[in-house]
Design a protein around this ligand. Structure first.
Ligand code: PLP
Length: 449
């Protein structure tokens, strides 16, 4: 029998009974049954429309139902659904040519995966094979994916659940750049970005360091844009110490910051750039690990010991070609850059009205609204410990209210991440922020002065 005979109640019940709901307790999982979508909206089985203020998982940059991307999927399925990765396909060459145009200059050798985490896994192996060294220095406020290597390199507490079974081999953590809540209690700019100096100190005092791994704009952990001199300084440190710089642009790439890639904000080219999400606007699962020429050259005479069955899967590559073409046709990078100051102004107004907002920060269409109990101490309402003890988080209470009002707000521990499809209009941005405005009293009332 066909799935269309199932009632919506049955769809939800079967899903709950037979599937894992991820990053949560299974008890109480009541997934929305989504049946349709359009532009910046998704529609549930009751016909209710939701403004998608986070592009789902900060990935549907073109929004829903882009016809050119849909057509590319149908065409590829008709022509050639799969070919083993040792062969090549026309889409593979077309996408590679486009990547040479849009990636930061100097990244010209590609390995295609099916998600962000496996793009990072490839980067770790490539960095280790290339340098002959082991250690990767990551930063505490970071998320790099959920598979073994990437979760070990994840600085945020999602890593902790793995550690009773041992630490990830060769991963060490340095300080994040986070001027609002500096981990070493410095003040920018007087600090001279001491957090970068400390990373240098680590590199010079550890043996066997292969790479430094950064999210150029930290995503889930609070949309943290570093001061302008941070990334050029890190590039210089890596060059001087012979350590590779890996940029995880899984979330910050593809126009989100108002540049094709966040690294373009500082005109810095990493040795390896990993990305996924917006590369196909999430219509199909694709990840990319792009390396510099010197790394590519190394493997001319060294065995490239890596690969997947679904590597360079044809069904994922033509949609990426269509995505890049659509982004260009619609001028979305430029448009996002221009919308940045508009969002900033709206969020600053929001902040001035609510004692619970400690900070708003971001770039382009990538913003955080950071909630605090107390403006002076900057103490958050909740921590990760609350999340894994099934406590009702303040951000989740607010997100539930905005959802009831038809606006999807992405909440993480004690902040919201605002990252809508890049096709969003100013009116829709206003509606999203106004809806948050309406429910922030829930946090304001719990502020302690
Ligand atoms: N890196 C960053 C910066 C991310 O934000 C994410 C996912 O949110 C990942 C890696 C992992 O990507 P995926 O979920 O596609 O494996």
């Amino acid at each position: 029998s066909s799935a269309t005979e199932l009632t919506s109640e049955e769809v939800v019940r079967i899903t709950r009974e037979t599937n894992y709901g991820t990053w949560r307790f299974q008890k109480g999982w009541n997934p929305l049954h989504i049946v349709d979508s359009e532009g910046c909206y998704i529609i549930d089985a009751n016909g209710k429309r939701y403004l998608d203020f986070s592009a789902q998982l900060m990935c549907m940059n073109l929004g829903h139902k882009n016809q050119a991307v849909i057509d590319s999927i149908a065409k590829q399925a008709q022509d050639l659904a799969y070919a083993l990765p040792g062969y090549t396909t026309t889409a593979r060459a077309e996408l590679s040519k486009l990547l040479l145009e849009v990636l930061p200059k100097g990244l010209n050798k590609f390995f295609f995966t099916t998600s962000g985490t496996d793009a990072n896994e490839a980067a770790f192996k490539i960095a280790r094979m290339y340098t002959g060294k082991t250690k990767i220095i990551a930063r505490y406020r970071s998320y790099h994916g959920s598979t073994a290597g990437s979760i070990a390199a994840t600085g945020d507490p999602r890593r902790w659940s793995m550690e009773p079974r041992g630490k990830g081999p060769g991963i060490i953590f340095g300080p994040e750049v986070h001027c609002y809540k500096c981990p070493i209690k410095h003040t920018y700019p007087e600090c001279g970005i001491a957090c970068a100096d400390y990373l240098e100190h680590m590199i010079r005092n550890e043996s066997d360091v292969a790479a430094v791994l950064v999210e150029p704009i930290v995503g889930t952990n609070g949309v943290i844009v570093p001061p302008p001199e941070y990334m050029p300084k890190l590039r210089r440190i890596c060059d001087e110490t012979g350590v590779l710089l890996i940029a995880d642009e899984v979330m910050s790439g593809w126009g989100r910051s108002g540049e094709w890639f966040a690294m373009n904000l500082w005109d810095v080219t990493p040795d390896i750039l990993c990305t996924a999400k917006g590369i196909t606007s999430a219509y199909v699962p694709l990840g990319l690990c792009a390396t510099s020429e010197k790394i590519g050259d190394f493997f001319q005479d060294h065995y490239f010991a890596h690969g997947h069955t679904y590597e360079a899967h044809p069904m994922t590559l033509l949609p990426a070609v269509a995505t890049i073409q659509e982004m260009r046709r619609l001028g979305l990078v430029e448009r996002t850059r221009k919308l940045g100051p508009f969002v900033e102004e709206k969020l600053n107004t929001l902040k001035s009205k609510h004692p619970s907002i400690g900070d708003v920060r971001g770039k382009g269409l990538f913003w955080a609204v950071d909630l605090v109990k107390n403006q002076k101490t900057k103490e958050p309402f909740n921590t990760y410990a609350d999340k894994v003890s099934s406590k009702a988080l303040v951000v989740d209470q607010i997100a539930a209210k905005t959802l009831a009002d038809g606006v999807i707000m992405q909440a993480w521990v004690s902040h919201f991440v605002i990252a809508p499809p890049l096709i969003i209009t100013e009116e829709e941005i206003e509606r999203g922020i106004d809806t948050l405005d309406k429910h922030l009293h829930i946090a304001d009332e719990q502020c302690v002065t």
